[in-house]
Design a protein around this ligand. Structure first.
Ligand SMILES: *[C@@H]1O[C@H](CO)[C@@H](O)[C@H](O)[C@H]1NC(C)=O
Ligand SMILES: *[C@@H]1O[C@H](CO)[C@@H](O)[C@H](O)[C@H]1NC(C)=O
Ligand SMILES: *[C@@H]1O[C@H](CO)[C@@H](O)[C@H](O)[C@H]1NC(C)=O
Length: 471
């Protein structure tokens, strides 16, 4: 059955082929046209195509998708040839110039003259972000596709916060949080500390400079790594040290003493009231005066430092000075000397010491008696410092010189410097200034049309004088 059906179909196909060829032979009437002419970007609708065309027959072209013609395109069959009767031309359709957008612009990705198929992309200006999903538009048959993109100023989002945190500088209602806006945070209530930054800034990319902080229960760090330090907690509990908790320290082992606070408290901000103390070896120390000598090695600054139990012998080195106290002393476990550290009194001193920018008033001697004074005088233009504890004298005391002497510097201002600042001395001819401490100098402008910036009266202070300037 099936094979005979197939045979039947084949036969009818052959028959149709035969009929068609005989017809087309028939249709090729003298002077008729066959086929259709070539017309760029245009086509003849299938429904209006004919097998053959007689002289005088016309065909109309329509433009291909995306193309358009302002005139009709018609061909006529004349003596076996097609002739163009209506002279339309299909050229690409064009879209209107793309619309501009606020706070952004477009660039062309392909195509020309905004012709069919051209794609453009919109880009937001710095500080603005694309609010629409697509940023491209393509010129289609019916004009530009997609919606016109929208650029909005970049803003940062707000995260919800717990009630234990206070946020300052929040925006009003639904006002956008713009680039540069700063939020500050603080914890509400005692015993809480801020974890994270206390201030965050909205950045140009719409992100916060750091994440929102949190308020967590304040705990103080407990360092238990110090071997020789014994720690007692109050209350005596395990776990983190909370605000209000205290710890007490003591040193483990002999010959050690605590340096620092013995008891510290964890404060509500999570910090200890004082740093952890340290355990140090107990020593007895003293500074040796110049008129004394000891039997042990000294450290820089003539310091002696010994351990408990050790004895030290001291004596005076200066002629005519006497030891006041015991010459043999011992370091106690408490760090004190027993008997107390002695002193050398009386004694003579050598030549007067050097003092900068000063000289002795009298001829210097090679030896001075106990309590004998030497008077100094500052060099010309230098001024003796008369603050309390300063004087012009050095006294021989216990074989050493006591007394602070200081000569304050004069001020010097050159003519060049004054010219640079456009100033001159108010009184007298132009000259270099060289005036002592506390001297007052009055300036004026060099040029009449200029105004003075700064005070016209200035005082010399230990070598420095602030100069006004004329501009
Ligand atoms: C805001 O909250 C989300 C979700 O909890 C989190 O992923 C994000 O990091 C937070 N942003 C900031 C700036 O804290
Ligand atoms: C605890 O130890 C850390 C790291 O060793 C140190 O930075 C910190 O200052 C110590 N804290 C105290 C209170 O001593
Ligand atoms: C005076 O000036 C000199 C040099 O600038 C400075 O070393 C010294 O400490 C000053 N003295 C006083 C008492 O201001």
């Amino acid at each position: 059955m099936a094979s005979s059906g197939k045979l039947l179909k084949m036969r009818s196909g052959l028959f149709i082929l035969f009929v068609w060829t005989s017809l087309s032979v028939d249709a090729s009437t003298p002077n008729g046209c066959s086929g259709i002419p070539d017309e760029a970007n245009a086509l003849v609708p299938e429904s209006s195509k004919k097998d053959s065309y007689n002289p005088g027959d016309t065909i109309d072209f329509t433009c291909q998708h995306g193309f358009t013609s302002s005139k009709k395109i018609t061909y006529v069959c004349v003596e076996k040839k097609w002739a163009k009767l209506r002279h339309g031309v299909c050229s690409p359709k064009r879209c209107e110039s793309p619309s501009d957008i606020l706070n952004g612009h477009y660039i062309r990705l392909n195509g020309e003259n905004f012709a069919f198929g051209t794609t453009i992309r919109y880009i937001c200006n710095e500080g603005y972000q694309m609010m629409t999903q697509t940023d491209t538009r393509t010129c289609r048959d019916g004009g530009w596709d997609n919606r016109l993109p929208v650029c909005e100023e970049i803003s940062c989002g707000l995260n919800s916060t717990e009630t234990n945190i206070k946020v300052e500088r929040l925006p009003y209602d639904d006002e956008l949080i713009k680039h540069g806006h700063r939020l500050t945070f603080s914890c509400v209530g005692d015993g809480l500390k801020l974890e994270g930054e206390s201030e965050i800034t909205c950045q140009i990319n719409g992100e916060w400079s750091s994440s929102f902080p949190k308020c967590v229960e304040a705990t103080c760090p407990l360092n238990t790594t110090m071997e020789d330090l014994n720690i007692e907690r109050d209350p005596d509990v395990e776990g983190p040290v909370k605000s209000g908790h205290r710890i007490t320290f003591s040193c483990i082992g002999d010959g050690l003493k605590l340096k620092g606070q013995r008891e510290i408290t964890c404060q509500s901000n999570g910090q200890w009231s004082s740093p952890f103390p340290k355990c140090e070896e107990v020593t007895c120390t003293a500074k040796l005066k110049g008129n004394m000598k000891s039997n042990i090695k000294e450290q820089p600054g003539r310091e002696i430092s010994v351990k408990p139990g050790q004895t030290v012998t001291l004596h005076c080195v200066n002629k005519e000075s006497q030891l006041k106290g015991q010459g043999r002393i011992q370091c106690q476990p408490s760090g004190e000397w027993n008997p107390p550290f002695p002193e050398c009194t009386g004694g003579i001193c050598g030549p007067p010491p050097y003092v900068e920018n000063a000289d002795t008033k009298e001829m210097a001697k090679t030896e001075y008696k106990a309590w004998e004074k030497v008077e100094y005088k500052c060099f010309d233009k230098y001024t003796l410092d008369d603050r309390p504890t300063y004087s012009g004298f050095k006294t021989c005391k216990n074989g050493e010189r006591t007394g602070n002497i200081y000569c304050l510097n004069p001020c010097s201002v050159t003519l060049d410097t004054m010219n640079e600042k456009g100033i001159k001395l108010k009184y007298g001819p132009p000259r270099k200034i060289f005036s002592p401490h506390k001297d007052q100098i009055q300036f004026a402008c060099l040029r009449e049309n200029e105004r003075m910036k700064g005070n016209s009266k200035q005082i010399c202070s230990n070598g420095t004088m602030t100069l006004p300037e004329c501009v």
